[in-house]
Ligand binder design. Structure first.
Ligand code: TTP
Ligand code: MG
Ligand code: MG
Length: 378
């Protein structure tokens, strides 16, 4: 039995984030089905749904579905709105919300553009009632400052806090104290356990494991036989609600930007289209006070195969010209070396990695690193 030291962890996830951001600038959209789309630019309906407000979700729209399917689902709803994604705007909102969350604890971890954990063990002295009041305060502050609702979960670790936040969406607040963990998890279907994907779920079902409680009672040796020596026991620990992973800043490992070309490319006519991407990445690096050592390109072919190429520079850079210049050379090499292998490129992107912080004066490395908590998921 692994004993965890008592902690109070809060998980915050903004509700239908991109769509809620759109509702802020156009409040009249609130009562209508609203779908935020990643239009590929090919036809008026090609592309995928990024997210949708809860009005559209109730009618069957889901993240990731083709825009065409969402249009079919909402065919009877002439008032429905389909808006293009505006990533820069959502990022600015996200940055302000993250600062606000961070002000409640220095132990902060941003998980994605709309989600973060904080550890409030010290300020609550492990009193979950105090934890709940911090959660309520955060909800209130985000609503006041940004007019956004979020879902908050409070638990003894990240796993339980996250599952508590997911439990009551939108605009929920769920507190699970250590003694309530087992009753909270046990009746849930196994697919709800974080870390269990569709493949493991069907394997569990074949083994007669239907709920998280079934898994937590299951013989650990049989789990090891089925899933291996590491994964088997770790599934059992998760089902028991155990998670020792600390809340910690996540360093940025890479930044990337990708676009869909107006028409498939067989040669390098799209150099100018890469320019805004290199400027975006260069600005991003500069705003983080960082430089990169590796510059790479991403190409997605018309058959939707992904091809990557990267080069390591002999120095650090955050210059947009230099990033662009290297990308163009990499793309050129792509077309030259692909020779007889004929493929056409549909989407192109730039990726920078090997990211290093410039040392701010008077700060040591860990202080520098802890300022680098932005993690871009999309
Ligand atoms: P999520 O927090 O997963 O979803 P959400 O905020 O839209 O809805 P929920 O109320 O369930 O939290 O993702 C955050 C944003 O990331 C989301 O608003 C849009 C974007 N996103 C995509 O672009 N594609 C996807 O498949 C998912 C899941 C999210
Ligand atoms: Mg969300
Ligand atoms: Mg999220």
């Amino acid at each position: 039995m692994i004993l965890e030291s008592p902690r109070v962890v809060i998980s915050i996830d903004l509700d239908y984030f991109f769509a809620q951001c759109e509702e802020i600038r156009r409040p009249e959209l609130k009562s209508k089905p609203l779908v935020v789309c990643v239009f590929s630019g090919r036809t008026q309906t090609s592309g995928a749904v990024s997210t949708a407000n809860y009005v559209a979700r109730k009618l069957g729209v889901k993240s990731g579905m083709p825009i065409l399917s969402a249009k079919r689902v909402l065919a009877q709803h002439k008032e429905a709105e389909f808006l293009p994604i505006d990533h820069d705007y959502y990022e600015r909102v996200s940055e302000r919300v993250m600062q606000l969350i961070k002000s409640h604890s220095p132990i902060f971890e941003q998980v994605s553009i709309d989600e973060a954990f904080i550890d409030v063990t010290d300020s609550t002295k492990t009193d979950f009632e105090v934890g709940k009041s911090i959660g309520l305060k955060i909800k209130e502050e985000i609503l006041d400052a940004e007019k956004l609702t979020c879902s908050v979960g409070i638990g003894p670790n990240k796993l339980i806090a996250k599952m508590a936040a997911d439990h009551k969406k939108p605009d929920g607040l769920v507190v699970i104290k250590p003694e309530e963990v087992s009753a909270f998890l046990s009746p849930m279907p196994i697919g709800k356990l974080i870390g269990v994907g569709p493949k493991s779920e069907s394997k569990f079902e074949k083994m007669g494991i239907k709920t998280i409680g079934d898994l937590s009672d299951f013989d650990v040796n049989s789990l090891s036989d089925q899933f291996g020596k590491n994964l088997g026991p770790s599934f059992k620990r998760l089902a028991q609600g155990l998670d020792t992973d600390p809340v910690r800043p996540r360093p940025i490992e890479q930044l990337s930007r990708i676009i869909t070309l107006k028409k498939d490319a067989e040669s390098l006519w799209f150099g100018d289209e890469l320019k805004p991407l290199s400027i975006y990445l260069s600005d991003k690096l500069k705003s983080l006070n960082a430089k990169c050592r590796v510059v790479g390109i991403i190409a997605i072919t018309s058959e939707l195969k992904t091809k990557n190429k990267a080069r390591t520079l002999d120095h650090l850079t955050n210059s947009s010209d230099e990033i662009l210049h290297n990308c163009l050379e990499l793309f050129q090499g792509f077309f030259d070396s692909s020779g007889i292998e004929v493929f056409r490129i549909r989407r192109v992107g730039i990726r920078v990695s090997g990211i290093d912080l410039e040392k701010a004066e008077g700060k040591n490395e860990s202080e520098n690193q802890s300022t680098l908590t932005r993690f871009l998921l999309f």
